[in-house]
Design a protein around this ligand. Structure first.
Ligand code: NDP
Length: 451
C-alpha cells in the first residue's frame, strides 16, 4: 500500500469515535498519543502496514462484572466492577484499581491505554491495564469496605495472576483495600503469589512504593530544570490533591527547598502564603499514622486562606504539580498559569490537563512533563515489587530509592531523545514520552506477527 493510501489522523480518530461512542476521556487519551505517533510513523511503512496504533487502541480484553455486598444495616448493595486488559506485548498486564463513583468504562479505557505507554517508558517488562468500580469508599465502615473488596475479588481472581495481570492501588484503593483484596485472593486460590502490588510490608510489599509516584513527579521536574540550568530550591510551587501522590510530592518539594503554597481536595484548596512545611504537612496528613485533618481546619490552625470548591491554579507560581485527578487544569487555567509566569508543570495525576491546555503549555515553551512520564515512578516500584516477590526477597530502602531516582532520570532522557525540537533548545516532553513509549510496544507487537 502506498503511504498516501494510509488513513490520516482525522480519519483514524473518526473511526475510533465511531467504534467507541460517548467515551470522551478515551478519545482524549488516544488523540494525545496518536497526534505524535502519526507524525513519527509518517515515513515508517511497517507501523502502518501492521496497524499498530489501531491494535493498541483496541483493548485485548474487557471484563465487566457485578459486585454484590451487604452493608452494615443488612441491605444488599450492587456495584459494577471492571478490568480493562489493554495490552501485554511487553509483559504481564499491570495497572491500578480505582474505587470512585465517577468510574466508568471510558475512564478505565483511557487509564489502561495510558498505562501501556507509561509502563513501557519505565523500561520494565509490564503491559498495561486498569480496573476498578463505581463503589464510593467515603462514609463506608471498615467492615463494609472489607465485604466489598472480598466480593470484588470473588470475580477478579479468575482474570489475574502473577504472570498474567497484577493490579495495584489508585484513587480510593490504598493499603487497607489491597490487604482485603490480597487476603481474599489467597483464600480463593490457596496461593501466596505476587498478584497485587502496594502490599503491606508484612506480606510482600516493597519499600518506597508509597512515596514513589509523588517523589517521581518531583524528580522529573528536577531533571527538566537541571537541563536548563535551574533547580527547585526557592521556587513557589502549587500542588493540587491531598492524597497519596500529593502528600509525597509535597514532602519531596519541601525537602528540595521548594515553597509549596497550596494543596487541595474535593472540598476546595488552601493557600498558605508562608509555605507548607513538614510540620504543617503532617497536620494535613500524618504520613506514618495516615491521620488526616480537613483543609478547612488547616486554614484555621495556620491562618491560611481556604477557598471552598475551587482549584488552586489562579495562585501565582513558578511550578505546578497537579496531583488530584483527570482534567483538573482547564485551558483557561493553563493560560492563567502561563500568564502568571509558571515555567514548569509535572503531572502527578493521570491526564490532569485538558488537551488544549497541553497545547498551550507546549506552545509557551513551559517545561511540561505529561503524566505517563511524570507519574511512572509508582508503577516502576510496583514492577520492582513483582521482581522481589518472584525472588522472595526484599531489597533495602536505599537501594530502591536509588533505583527510583535512576528510572526517573532514564525516563527524562528518553523524552529528550524523542522530544527534542529541531533547531531549538526546547524539549516537547509530550511528544518524547508518546513516541518512546509507543516504539517499544510496537516493535514487540511486530515481532509476534498478527495475533
Ligand atoms: P488518593 O485517593 O490518595 O487522592 C486523590 C486526591 O485527589 C484526594 O485529595 C481527593 O480529594 C482529590 N480528588 C479526587 N477527585 C477529585 C475531584 N474530582 N476534584 C477535586 N479533588 C479530587 O489518590 P492518589 O493520590 O493515589 O491518586 C491521585 C492521581 O494520581 C490519580 O489521577 C491517580 O490515577 C494518579 N496516580 C496515582 C498513583 C499512585 O501510586 N497512587 C500512580 C500513578 C498515578 P478527596 O479526598 O476530597 O476526594
Amino acid at each position: 500500500m502506498a503511504l498516501s493510501d494510509h488513513v490520516n489522523l482525522d480519519q483514524f480518530m473518526a473511526g475510533l469515535k465511531r467504534r467507541n461512542p460517548h467515551e470522551t476521556e478515551f478519545h482524549q487519551a488516544v488523540y494525545e498519543v496518536a497526534a505524535n505517533v502519526f507524525d513519527y510513523i509518517n515515513d515508517k511503512e511497517i507501523y502502518h502496514e501492521q496497524q499498530i496504533l489501531r491494535r493498541i487502541a483496541e483493548p485485548d480484553r474487557i471484563i465487566v462484572f457485578r459486585v454484590c455486598w451487604e452493608d452494615d444495616k443488612g441491605n444488599i448493595r450492587v456495584n459494577r466492577g471492571y478490568r480493562v486488559q489493554n495490552n501485554n506485548a511487553i509483559g504481564p498486564y499491570k495497572g491500578g484499581l480505582r474505587f470512585h463513583p465517577s468510574v466508568n468504562l471510558s475512564i478505565l479505557k483511557f487509564l489502561a491505554f495510558e498505562q501501556t505507554f507509561k509502563n513501557s517508558l519505565t523500561g520494565l517488562p509490564m503491559g498495561g491495564a486498569k480496573g476498578g468500580s463505581d463503589f464510593n469508599i467515603k462514609g463506608k465502615s471498615d467492615n463494609e469496605v472489607m465485604r466489598f473488596c472480598q466480593s470484588f475479588m470473588d470475580e477478579l481472581y479468575r482474570h489475574v495472576g502473577d504472570d498474567v495481570d497484577v493490579p495495584a492501588g489508585d484513587i480510593g484503593v490504598g493499603a487497607r483495600e489491597i490487604g482485603y483484596l490480597f487476603g481474599k485472593y489467597k483464600r480463593l486460590t490457596n496461593r501466596f503469589a505476587g498478584v497485587l502490588t502496594g502490599k503491606g510490608m508484612e506480606y510482600g510489599g516493597s519499600p518506597t512504593r508509597v512515596e514513589a509516584t509523588g517523589y517521581g513527579a518531583v524528580y522529573m521536574m528536577e531533571d527538566m530544570l537541571e537541563r536548563v540550568d535551574s533547580h527547585i530550591d526557592g521556587k513557589t510551587c502549587l500542588v493540587s490533591g491531598a492524597g497519596n501522590v500529593a502528600q509525597y510530592a509535597t514532602e519531596k518539594l519541601i525537602h528540595l527547598g521548594g515553597n509549596v503554597v497550596t494543596m487541595s481536595d474535593s472540598s476546595g484548596f488552601i493557600y498558605d502564603r508562608d509555605g507548607i512545611d513538614k510540620d504543617k504537612l503532617s497536620f494535613i496528613v500524618d504520613l506514618k499514622t495516615r491521620r488526616r485533618h480537613s483543609l478547612e481546619n488547616y486554614a484555621k490552625e495556620y491562618k491560611a486562606e481556604f477557598h471552598p470548591g475551587k482549584r488552586p491554579w489562579q495562585v501565582p507560581c513558578d511550578l505546578a504539580f497537579p496531583c488530584a485527578t483527570q482534567n483538573e487544569i482547564s485551558r483557561e487555567e493553563a493560560q492563567t498559569l502561563i500568564g502568571n509566569g509558571c515555567i514548569g508543570v509535572s503531572e502527578g495525576a493521570n491526564m490532569p490537563t485538558e488537551q488544549e491546555g497541553i497545547k498551550d503549555f507546549v506552545k509557551a515553551k513551559v517545561l511540561f512533563a505529561p503524566s505517563k512520564a511524570a507519574n511512572a515512578g509508582g508503577v516502576a516500584i510496583s514492577g520492582l515489587e513483582m521482581s522481589q516477590n518472584s525472588a522472595r526477597i526484599t531489597w533495602r530502602e536505599e537501594e530502591l530509592q536509588s533505583l527510583l531516582r535512576n528510572i526517573m532520570r532514564e525516563i527524562h532522557d528518553k523524552c529528550v531523545e524523542y522530544g527534542a525540537a529541531r533547531g531549538s533548545d526546547y524539549v516537547d516532553y509530550v511528544r518524547g514520552a508518546n513516541i518512546a513509549g509507543f516504539k517499544k510496544v510496537a516493535d514487540a507487537m511486530i515481532a509476534y506477527g498478527v495475533v
